[in-house]
Design a protein around this ligand. Structure first.
Ligand SMILES: [Zn+2]
Ligand SMILES: [Zn+2]
Length: 189
């Protein structure tokens, strides 16, 4: 897979920038496909509405604010707060999956594990994925998804596992091990 990412983009501290790149790259068609893949109801969700979603996600990622602040502009367009939150949460899960997969590829991480909510809070689908063995990048988990969202408003994430690192090569510019959960951006969860 060619991501076109430079080492600079792969730095852990640049993750919000990577996520913004993912949102911009995915755009309206990419987000529509991701939402459809999670079985989100898309009747009445026009391209201009998804365009607002793209803009809102870019804004909250750039400012480091809570993901849910992306919902009000959508709510004004569709008049349904629950549905607006569902669109935002599901789209953000897809963006974070793509961000982690890109970072893993750039950093030489070979596999990912599905991170559920744990302590019996996962639905059957997510629980099944969370209990499964790690899979190589972009390989489907038991539910058939290569990462969250498995369904509307999925709150799961991906955890990088195993490193393929040339001897003596630095892990990252910060020296932090990207195999830790810290690779996932805490600001969006
Ligand atoms: Zn679930
Ligand atoms: Zn989930």
């Amino acid at each position: 897979m060619s991501t076109g990412l430079t080492d600079e983009h792969a730095r852990v501290e640049r993750r919000p920038a990577t996520a913004i790149d993912v949102v911009r790259f995915a755009g309206v068609p990419g987000l529509r496909a991701a939402l459809a893949g999670a079985d989100v109801r898309l009747d009445g969700i026009t391209d201009p509405i998804l365009g607002v979603l793209v803009g809102s996600l870019t804004e909250v990622l750039a400012s480091g604010r809570s993901t849910q602040l992306a919902a009000p502009p959508l709510e004004r367009m569709i008049g349904d707060p629950d549905r607006a939150r569902e669109l935002v949460q599901t789209a953000m899960a897809a963006v974070m999956t793509e961000t982690v997969l890109r970072d893993c590829a750039a950093l030489g991480v070979e596999a990912v594990r599905w991170l559920g909510l744990g302590s019996g809070e996962d639905c059957d689908l997510c629980g099944m994925n969370a209990r499964a063995a790690p899979v190589p990048l972009r390989t489907p988990f038991p539910s058939g998804h290569i990462g969250p969202p498995a369904h509307p408003s999925c709150h799961c994430g991906l955890v990088p596992v195993r490193m393929r690192r040339p001897a003596g090569a630095p892990v990252t510019s910060t020296g932090r091990d990207p195999a830790q959960r810290g690779l996932l951006a805490p600001s969006s969860r």
